[in-house]
Design a protein. Structure first.
Length: 174
């Protein structure tokens, strides 16, 4: 059995060696043919583009992320000269803060009336109808279970004053 295997291996080795030819004539002919062809031309490098820095000069313009404001002077509301804040009254503590910084967090009611609890400034404050809050002479005109109505007095820029109603809604889960 070993003799048969050895004889088969020897036959395969002989066939492999017989297939190897020392002649590279066909390969040499192909290489000569490729060398005889005209050489390709390499394109020149593209010209370098000079970078010009851009200076952003639109910082004074309207932000593109804000809706455009339409100022229609003909329809602009004019203030009245008979409405004016009482400059003689003593300012209340909550008038030292912007109205936007206040959030209604609850209501209280007892025999003395109804009160709203407002968070803002430096803590939670109890306010009632007639109290003032905010920097624009905001006077509380109504307190309901879910909102506080405030009327602010805002100058119109021409010597008059405008009444601007604002609603501070109850903030859930605060």
């Amino acid at each position: 059995m070993k003799k048969i295997i050895r004889l088969g291996l020897l036959a395969m080795l002989g066939a492999g060696v017989a297939g190897c030819d020392g002649s590279y004539a066909d390969l040499q002919a192909y290489m000569d043919e490729v060398r005889a062809q005209p050489r390709g031309r390499i394109e020149p490098m593209p010209k370098e583009v000079v970078y010009e820095p851009f200076t952003y000069k639109a910082s004074g313009l309207r932000s593109p992320f804000q809706p455009p404001m339409k100022l229609e002077l003909a329809r602009q509301e004019r203030g009245r000269s008979d409405i004016r804040p009482d400059e003689t009254r003593i300012k209340e503590f909550l008038e030292g803060f912007n109205l936007e910084s206040f959030v209604m967090v609850g209501t209280l009611a007892n025999k003395g009336g109804s009160f709203a609890l407002m968070r803002g400034g430096d803590g939670v404050h109890r306010v009632r109808v007639g109290d003032y809050m905010g920097r624009n002479h905001g006077r509380i005109v109504s307190i309901t279970a879910d909102a506080v109505e405030v009327v602010e007095l805002v100058p119109d820029g021409e010597g008059g004053w405008l009444e601007r109603p604002r609603t501070l809604a109850l903030k859930e889960r605060s």
